[in-house]
Write a protein that binds this ligand. Sequence first.
Ligand code: ATP
Length: 274
Amino acid sequence: KAFPSGKKDLKSTVKFADVAGLEQAKAEVVEFVDFLKSPGKYEKLGARVPKGGLFVGPPGTGKTLLAKAVAGEADCPFYSMSGSDFVEMYVGVGASRVRDLFKQARDSAPSIIFIDEIDAIGRKRGKGGFTGGNDERESTLNQMLVEMDGFNSSTGVVVLAGTNRVDILDNALLRPGRFDRQIAIDRPDMAEREKIYMVHLKPLTLETGLKQEDVAKRMAALTPGFAGADIANVCNEAAIFAARRAATSVSMEDFERATERVIGGLPKNNSLMS
Ligand code: ATP
């Protein structure tokens, strides 16, 4: 096929334990996991299960990770695509990719579809003639709405999506029976950063005498405003610094240098004090 529709990561091995912090969000997605594990239970009861969940939060805060964890906990296939893949696409291709992706997901239900950066296709539609060139995006969005409206509890597909701009989303997406459940994914506070460090320090070999707990605490205090992705980055960079100086273990100095490197790479408008 010329245009593969979405990416299929057949087995997600991510579990809730791999997602540090985000306790409130995890509590809110447990219901999706239960539904995916036993859709029949809900169908029998005549319960209407939410079809879609929208993860709202800044980049790198774990939206994709949490969606994968839902799939991992439910032990079901994970299909993903990014809204930005649809920008500047040939007419009709976006809609047909959406159709294909939903078909694959339905055929292997129970399953999960995750749409990252949904704002790229789901932005508010133009009200007049001055928003030229949006036809393709609109037909992609329309196809997605058609697919979601065709679901019911027996379909066994849950659609999750991520955005950092819920304010620009088309209201049609937020209507009942679509992405009617919003789940806030915030930047981690100090205690949460510490937990995220603990996850990403695990694979590292630390210098003798350096305890994971102490490094996590110290680094959490040193990196206000960091999202989970930045933290993963710092830990990896620190290990690379250690490798570069031909050391067999990672030192506190490696972490400090890695922090500077990661801060240097952050966008200028990133408020480190938030
Ligand atoms: P974007 O909006 O840019 O797509 P995102 O919110 O989907 O970002 P993820 O892709 O889930 O962010 O996060 C990137 C990586 O950062 C993850 O693969 C993981 O390594 C790390 N990470 C982010 N949040 C957490 C967390 N809460 N716990 C552990 N690791 C995290």
